[in-house]
Design a protein around this ligand. Structure first.
Ligand SMILES: NC(=O)c1ccc[n+]([C@@H]2O[C@H](COP(=O)([O-])OP(=O)(O)OC[C@H]3O[C@@H](n4cnc5c(N)ncnc54)[C@H](O)[C@@H]3O)[C@@H](O)[C@H]2O)c1
Length: 358
């Protein structure tokens, strides 16, 4: 269970705080009493979760490139952070086919620069590097990946995440193995859903954008199966992992961790559309886009027994609830005059109560 007392006044550094997951994480941490410094480029979408909840002012925000090591190191040092969460990334599979160099330089070299900054700034005790379920060499089956499976990735995004994993393991073995050095772990979550995601070519944002425009949503791979999960489920796991890693002398928590959903949340794209149809009283409809598409892994699943057994972590929201919370967030956002920071904080509070009661 996440300990509020642990996070009270804890100095935390988050890269990618202007993104979808980074904004949720920043808000959850400030809600728990942490002092958050964020380091990222400006929000990549319009609208954005960062602007919707007016995160500026809640965190210390440094706008900078993760590949600018000097600026990054200075920001980390100034933050005084003891815990780091690394989420800054080019995070989209299809974009990685268009801009592979940018994807590798941001995801792989960006991670190298952050690890160098952690080496130089001696304050950090725990660093959680967020990769993806797509870091694994695809088995194209529903056999869930375990943490020791081979790294891989067909497309540039996925392989950049596999490469991030190798970089983190190498740095942990080479530079963070002395007594007193930072613990470095990697976290692999599934397909994350929640309010405030407007990223291009992601299913749930596509559905909600088409709905807002009263258009049919065009679906590329209706039979693709993914491990869907509410955004706070993996974020809650990252916090639990950081608590275990903090203050431990290289105890074995500094390694790879899966934070995927329960098997009932592993379902096809067309099932997600059906649930949204029901939520919207049949106002959401879709058509299948039969144009040739770049390759995307058709089947993907994660085994998260390790996090359940060793961290006592568990996902709290079933897919129907995760989609309902997401849908309701966007309905509230469309009402314009709603205070979306207050709305999001209420979802965080509800989530924390749920996680603590189950
Ligand atoms: N959303 C998902 O379903 C999902 C699933 C698994 C893993 N992930 C991983 O989680 C992390 C966060 O995902 P997200 O959905 O919030 O992504 P996002 O695209 O919403 O946010 C990306 C963030 O990275 C920042 N960024 C991008 N390039 C940068 C650069 N060169 N320098 C500094 N900052 C830069 C952006 O400004 C933004 O703050 C990513 O590492 C992503 O790969 C996401």
């Amino acid at each position: 269970m996440v300990e509020t007392s642990f996070w009270q006044n804890k100095k935390v550094f988050i890269t990618g705080h202007t993104g979808f997951k980074g904004t949720w994480l920043s808000l959850m941490l400030t809600h728990l009493g942490a002092e958050v410094t964020g380091y990222s480029l400006d929000p990549l979408t319009k609208p954005s979760m960062y602007d919707a909840v007016d995160l500026f002012g809640v965190t210390d925000s440094v706008i900078g490139d993760i590949r600018d090591e000097k600026n990054l190191t200075a920001a980390l040092e100034n933050s005084g952070a003891e815990v780091v969460f690394h989420l800054a990334a080019q995070s989209l599979v299809r974009e990685s086919y268009v801009n592979p160099v940018e994807t590798y330089s941001t995801n792989v070299m960006g991670t190298v620069h952050l690890l160098e900054a952690v080496r130089k700034v001696h304050n950090v005790k725990a660093a959680i590097m967020v990769t993806s379920d797509k870091c694994y060499a695809a088995n194209e089956s529903l056999i869930p990946h375990i943490e020791t499976d081979a790294m891989g990735g067909h497309d540039p995004y996925s392989s950049s995440k596999g490469a991030m994993e190798l970089v983190c393991a190498s740095y942990a073995n080479s530079f963070f193995c002395e007594k007193g050095s930072a613990n470095i772990a990697t976290a692999r979550a599934g397909n994350v859903i929640g309010g405030g995601d407007w990223s291009k070519d992601r299913l749930v944002p596509d559905i909600l954008a088409s709905y807002a425009d009263k258009q049919k949503v065009s679906i590329r791979n209706p039979n693709a199966v993914r491990p869907w999960q509410f955004v706070l489920d993996p974020l809650y796991g990252y916090l639990e992992l950081a608590e275990y890693m903090y203050g431990q002398e290289l105890t074995g928590f500094g390694e790879g961790w899966n934070f995927g959903p329960d098997s009932s949340n592993v379902c096809a794209v067309k099932d997600i559309v059906s649930i949204f149809k029901e939520l919207s009283d049949n106002e959401i409809d879709f058509s299948v886009n039969t144009d040739p598409q770049p390759y995307e892994n058709p089947l993907l699943n994660l085994n998260s027994c390790k996090a359940k057994e060793r961290l006592a972590w568990k996902p709290s929201l079933k897919i129907e609830d995760a989609l309902a919370w997401t849908y309701n967030w966007h309905i509230a956002f469309e009402e314009k005059e709603r205070d979306m920071r207050a709305y999001t904080l209420q979802q965080i509070e509800d989530y924390l109560n749920l996680a603590e009661s189950t």
